[in-house]
Ligand binder design. Structure first.
Ligand code: UN1
Length: 499
């Protein structure tokens, strides 16, 4: 048994109390590296969501009246506690998610950065002041909290994405109902404990564990939850958006990518190979931002292939708690099945498999969910392996003969999250950042590694126009309010009494 997880069963966190879910049903959470059971997570019901919303409504009214700089004090405290517990949180994260420890530390750091960044917003939360069109009249816009907001977070970045959503919501004066992914509940449990210790008033943050079909649905359907911020699959996101649309509920979606790295024939290939391998096989390819296509100039295709293969050979695979390991397991069996099925699809489509393509299940790998790093080449842009999100360590090389073709291939997918280009031609750099149609563009680096003070999200099938993190996150969790103060003492009619 591991010693990091003290609890046998997790409890929901509602109104500042740890309470059992009403139905009394649980599912086990296992470590994807070795199949070891970590904890049981409750499957809550509509009734638990209703309870959480009732207390959140009350708590939010008071929280909204706390001056934002004071709300920030609590968030600074959350940041300090996360910092103090960084190693503990990182190890737990590796155990429940499988990502290697170095990456887990990076993810926890992303959450710490977000705490201090959003705490700073407590002294900004800027609106605008602007001249009024009439004399003796003052005009400004201010950000107002929306009320009770719902956040639904995925297992692949269980703490960072939770901070992208909950911290701006809370600093802006909202109360939160949070449904974490059932695969990775320990991060939610730990973060809720940190909020509790930091002194967040009861009911401002409520964690309800459970399935998307029951808890997620109850949140989406609840008329008192006025915003849903969702990160997850495209299918679920579309259904969430449809239901929210019916209720005129604000919904912010982030639903993945089919991100490409362009390598031009003047690129620094050493750098390109490192960036490609890190983006494709880091986190075992289980990032929304993972680079799963390389669009390569035909002049350097063969050399790049050889160099990528060489670098792939250096990837050590196993339990991420072992610091010599570079790539951890896949989250679960259904993830493995999906990856395996895409390898078959790629072969049927006529792509050439250069490496990997199989499940690792012998010896030390027997009890975990491991997939070999996989490389396809001579992939055509319209093949399914070049169009659909695989969410695993599978990379496709697509040869092209010009810069223009590279841009066109990049933009030919239904998603628009991240893209990158390796080139030393300054003209191509500026054309690429203009013409690549994704929400994130990297130059001379891979597709992953977004920083928290910039907007995170994408175009087309990746989302619906909103962004996580950065200033943009405040737009999701606030309403703009235009305020006019007429101090003329007489009736002044806008657009009419203007001379
Ligand atoms: C995700 O894959 O959903 O930019 C988030 C990155 C990380 C976050 C990824 N900072 O790769």
């Amino acid at each position: 048994m591991n010693t990091l997880v003290k609890e046998e069963k997790l409890l929901n966190y509602i109104n500042g109390e740890w309470v059992a879910a009403t139905k009394g049903k649980y599912v086990p959470v296992t470590n994807p590296a070795n199949g070891e059971k970590l904890v049981d997570v409750p499957l809550s019901s509509h009734a638990d969501v209703d309870k959480a919303v009732e207390v959140a409504k009350k708590a939010q009214k008071e929280w909204a009246l706390v001056p934002a700089p004071q709300r920030a004090e609590m968030l600074y405290q959350v940041g300090y506690l996360m910092k103090e517990r960084k190693e503990h949180l990182s190890r737990l994260l590796t155990m429940e998610n499988g990502k290697v420890l170095e990456e887990a530390r990076g993810e926890v750091q992303e959450g710490i950065d977000m705490a201090f960044y959003m705490a700073g917003e407590g002294r900004r939360l800027f609106g605008h002041t602007t001249p009024a069109e009439l004399n003796d009249k003052f005009a400004m816009s201010v950000r107002a909290p929306v009320g009770v907001v719902g956040i639904i977070t995925p297992w692949n970045f269980p703490i960072a994405i939770a901070t992208w959503k909950s911290f701006p919501a809370i600093i802006a004066g909202n109360a939160v109902i949070w449904k974490p992914a059932t695969e990775t509940p320990m991060m939610a449990y730990e973060l809720a404990k940190i909020f509790e210790e930091a002194g967040l008033p009861k009911g401002v943050l409520n964690v309800v564990f459970g399935s998307g079909s029951e808890v997620g649905d109850a949140m989406v359907e609840h008329s008192s939850i006025r915003v849903i911020s969702f990160t997850g699959s495209n299918d679920v996101g579309r259904s969430v958006a449809g239901k929210c649309g019916q209720q005129l509920k604000k919904v912010s979606l982030e639903m993945g990518g089919k991100n490409a790295m362009i390598v031009m024939d003047d690129a620094d290939l050493d750098l390109a190979v490192q960036g490609i391998v890190w983006s494709a096989f880091g986190t075992s390819g289980q990032r929304c931002t993972a680079g799963s296509r390389v669009i390569v100039h035909e002049n350097i295709k063969q050399e790049l292939e050889e160099r990528i293969l060489h670098e792939m050979d250096q990837i050590t695979i196993g339990d991420g708690l072992d610091e010599t390991i570079k790539m951890g397991p896949i989250i679960n069996q259904s993830g493995l099945n999906k990856i395996q099925s895409y390898v078959e699809i790629g072969q049927d489509e006529g792509a050439k498999l250069l490496a990997g393509g199989y499940v690792l299940d012998e010896g030390d790998y027997a009890n975990g969910n491991y997939f070999a790093p996989t490389l396809f080449t001579d992939v055509k842009p319209d093949m399914r392996i070049a169009q659909e999100e695989i969410f695993g360590p599978v990379l496709s090389l697509i040869p092209v003969s010009s810069f223009e073709e590279a841009i066109e291939v990049n933009n030919s997918v239904a998603y628009g999250l991240s893209s990158s280009i390796f080139t030393n031609d300054v003209n191509q750099v500026f054309k690429a950042q203009r013409d690549l149609d994704t929400g994130i563009v990297y130059v001379n680096a891979g597709t992953i590694g977004a920083e928290i003070h910039l907007p995170f999200g994408g175009t087309k099938g990746t989302g619906n126009g909103h962004r996580d993190s950065g200033q943009a996150a405040l737009d999701v969790f606030t309403e703009w309010k235009a305020v006019y103060v007429d101090y003329s003492g007489k009736l002044q009619r806008a657009q009419i009494d203007v001379d």
